[in-house]
Ligand binder design. Structure first.
Ligand code: GCU
Length: 329
């Protein structure tokens, strides 16, 4: 009893102190949107980002995450990030291509020879800063990237051994002109649509095929409706964390530093989470969903997309970034 009499006023004081501190410091809340379910590795890494921001700012900056495409498709959340109705979003680099052609470099098939060479390129801050800051004039900036693995083709029925087997195959691609051109180059029929529509489109036969990393089979259940997964390894498209540029500029220098550090650290955190989840996805897809993984003649795909490389080297929008990335890899 005695003890509680002593402690009660202290507890009350502490609680009031907390409120005052929060009031004095003025907590800033930022919204963050993405399109994956909460069991997807990217959600875990974005949670880590939010935790780091809170810790590093002593609770003064808070990130509210809206997963599952709750705030719209990637295209919609990019627009909302541009106009500031969403502060931060995680979107595929392919979806950003429609906003700035510099991002098309990531959808160029076989741009990177391996994941190692992709990581080597992305470790060069001069290259990434050029990309991240290229969009400040249209309202947003890149903060960091997250590994989203290697993309492969998957189908409902057709077996793909060479590029010839792609003939007429209705294949979903991201809303990216380069991805459309890729499918045309290998002989398929491209169907751009947002990620949230892919499951139903496969199920109903609107499309015959799609392309993505292995987590799509499990986290988005595509493996329920597409049972053939081909190791085409045609693209390494990272996820990008982008932020409204005015929201960023309105932060104090210390807060900007917090955002930068938390971005970088969450990218490093994501590396391990990602590798683990991909391995797990492959196992679940094979063992529990009955998806078959096939090797195929990758060279036939590489040969078919060569004209696109030529085009990127000549296009003034992409020539410089193409050359710099090739030099680095
Ligand atoms: C990947 C990527 C998503 C993207 C999706 C797609 O899963 O991480 O951001 O939406 O591909 O194919 O649309």
């Amino acid at each position: 009893m005695k003890k509680s009499y002593i402690w009660l006023p202290l507890l009350l004081l502490a609680a009031t102190g907390c409120q005052q501190a929060a009031g004095e410091e003025e907590v800033k809340e930022l919204t963050l949107a993405h399109n994956q379910p909460t069991d997807h590795p990217i959600h875990l890494s974005l949670n880590r980002f939010a935790e780091l921001v809170e810790e590093k700012s002593d609770g003064e900056l808070l990130i509210d995450i809206y997963p599952n495409g709750e705030l719209g498709s990637e295209r919609e959340v990019i627009e909302n990030t541009q106009f500031g109705t969403v502060d931060i979003s995680k979107v595929s680099a392919s979806a950003l291509e429609g906003f700035d052609p510099i991002y098309s470099i990531f959808s160029l098939p076989y741009m990177f020879e391996s994941e190692e060479s992709f990581k080597q390129v992305m470790a060069d801050e001069e290259v990434t800063d050029e990309i991240y800051l290229n969009t400040t004039d249209i309202g947003f900036r890149g903060l960091t990237y997250y590994d989203a693995g290697v993309r492969n083709m998957y189908t409902k029925d057709r077996i793909i051994e060479t590029a010839d087997d792609m003939a007429g195959l209705k294949t979903r691609v991201q809303p990216s002109q380069t991805s459309v051109q890729m499918i045309e180059a290998i002989g398929g029929t491209p169907t751009p649509m947002s990620y949230g529509e892919v499951y139903t489109a496969l199920q109903s036969g609107v499309i015959d095929a799609a392309e993505n990393n292995e987590t799509a089979l499990v986290n988005s259940s595509h493996g329920e409706v597409a049972k053939h997964y081909f190791i085409t390894e045609h693209a390494i498209v990272p996820d990008m964390l982008i932020m409204n540029d005015d929201t960023y500029s309105d932060l104090t220098e210390e807060e900007q530093q917090v955002i930068e550090e938390a971005s970088e650290e969450s990218t490093a955190y994501h590396e391990d989470v990602w590798a683990e989840m991909v391995e797990e996805s492959v196992e679940i897809a094979k063992e529990e969903m009955g998806v078959t993984f096939y090797d195929m003649d990758k060279q036939s795909f590489i040969d078919a997309v060569q004209p696109l490389h030529q085009q990127f080297q000549e296009d003034p929008d992409t020539a410089d970034i193409y050359a710099r990335m090739k030099e680095e890899s």
